[in-house]
Write a protein that binds this ligand. Structure first.
Ligand code: ADP
Length: 354
């Protein structure tokens, strides 16, 4: 069972049981009854054994209460103190930076202890997942930086040996250096936007602009990519006025249309639509590429995820993460589905602002 569900279940269950305060009151009342009963029996017993003995019942009650009270207090404090001690030790472990610690309540633990332990487990699990995300992020960033930097270094070293290089070879190496520099610059750009969006609670200022015009511009900017592959476009867009952070929204269209071009075969067709409903603007892009497997569909919006290894060089796995982040910041959605005839469709739905 997931820790969050476990925690919620325990919290909801709590109402069905006696709470800690009721249990304590009950224990004190039982202790009083026990002491009174025991004192009465002892008093009877002593009087039966030594009939001439003059014994004040108050003294018997006092002695019995002291003995029973001490025994019960030791037992109760063990019952409550032991789990608290366990919790304090676990918290020391967390304070030392070890988030793998989990607490198991005993079968006799009170519901309050179970709730505290479940809350503690939820906290450590979330701390470990944040830690894991951060370390994954750092290792992914380092890897993504290392590859183009090594390539640039390699080609620059080859270029140094000018005497043994033909002009064509030199041109090819310069081209490779430029390609890897562009990769680096797009990587840095994407990381920068993502981290700004992560840190920001407010979006950049909104302005009013034509959404269809912005999408057309994104297609034009991608001209070198689609003309290289002889990709055809079928574009039908309504005139949509929109108010939003224009610069940020450009990344949505650039990444989705860029992917459609990248994953379509030579001579393929990319279909772009922009329609409006009563409440939203709906943008779809269909391509005729290989589509996305069911297993990969779950991860395509994750940072640095790349399902298709053959196109790894042409991206960094941050494009769709950025698309999702921006659309969600605009209270919209982005979805992907495979088309029955092959290829896939990305749909971005944005709430109407004008
Ligand atoms: P990348 O920079 O690798 O394109 P993205 O975040 O844009 O990263 O996409 C993540 C992964 O989703 C891609 O590596 C690819 O495997 C898959 N993907 C995205 N768009 C498409 C598409 N139109 N057709 C097939 N696969 C796609």
């Amino acid at each position: 069972m997931k820790t969050r569900e476990e925690f919620d279940n325990i919290r909801n269950h709590k109402k069905q049981y006696l709470n800690l305060r009721a249990k304590m009151i009950l224990a004190v009342q039982l202790e009083l009854i026990l002491c009174a009963g025991l004192s009465y029996l002892i008093d009877l017993l002593l009087k039966a054994l030594w009939p001439g003995m003059r014994l004040n019942f108050i003294w018997v009650l006092l002695c019995v209460s002291m003995i029973v009270g001490s025994i019960l207090t030791v037992m109760i404090s063990k019952y409550f103190y032991a789990p608290m001690k366990k919790l304090r030790m676990a918290m020391d472990t967390v304070a030392d930076g070890d988030f793998s610690v989990r607490l198991e309540p005993g079968s006799t633990s009170t519901n309050e202890i179970k709730e505290i332990y479940a809350g503690f487990n939820l906290m450590t699990r979330e701390l470990s997942s944040t830690e894991m995300l951060q370390s994954d992020f750092v290792s992914n960033v380092s890897h993504e930086f290392k590859t183009p930097i090594s390539a640039i270094e390699g080609y620059a070293t080859l270029l140094q040996d000018r005497e043994n290089l033909s002009p064509e070879e030199a041109d090819r190496y310069v081209e490779k250096i430029l390609f890897n520099t562009q990769r680096l610059s797009s990587l840095v750009g994407n990381i920068l936007i993502l981290s700004r969006l992560d840190a920001q609670t407010t979006l950049p200022a909104s302005s009013e602009f034509s959404l269809d015009e912005q999408i057309r511009c994104a297609i034009v900017l991608l001209e070198p990519e689609w003309s290289k592959k002889d990709i055809e476009f079928d574009v039908e867009m309504e005139n949509v006025k929109y108010s939003g952070p224009e610069g940020l929204m450009h990344h949505i269209w650039h990444n989705i249309i860029g992917n459609a071009i990248k994953f379509s075969p030579h001579g393929g067709l990319v279909t772009v639509r922009l329609q409006t409903t009563e409440t939203s603007a709906v943008f779809t892009v269909d391509d005729c590429g290989p589509g996305i497997s069911e297993a990969a569909q779950k991860h395509i919006f994750d940072r640095f995820y790349q399902a298709d290894t053959s196109h790894r060089q042409q991206g960094n796995g941050l494009g769709l993460a950025l698309v999702k982040k921006v659309t969600e910041a605009l209270k919209g959605t982005v979805t992907q589905e495979n088309l029955s005839g092959g290829g896939c469709r990305f749909t971005v739905t944005l709430p109407k602002t004008l």
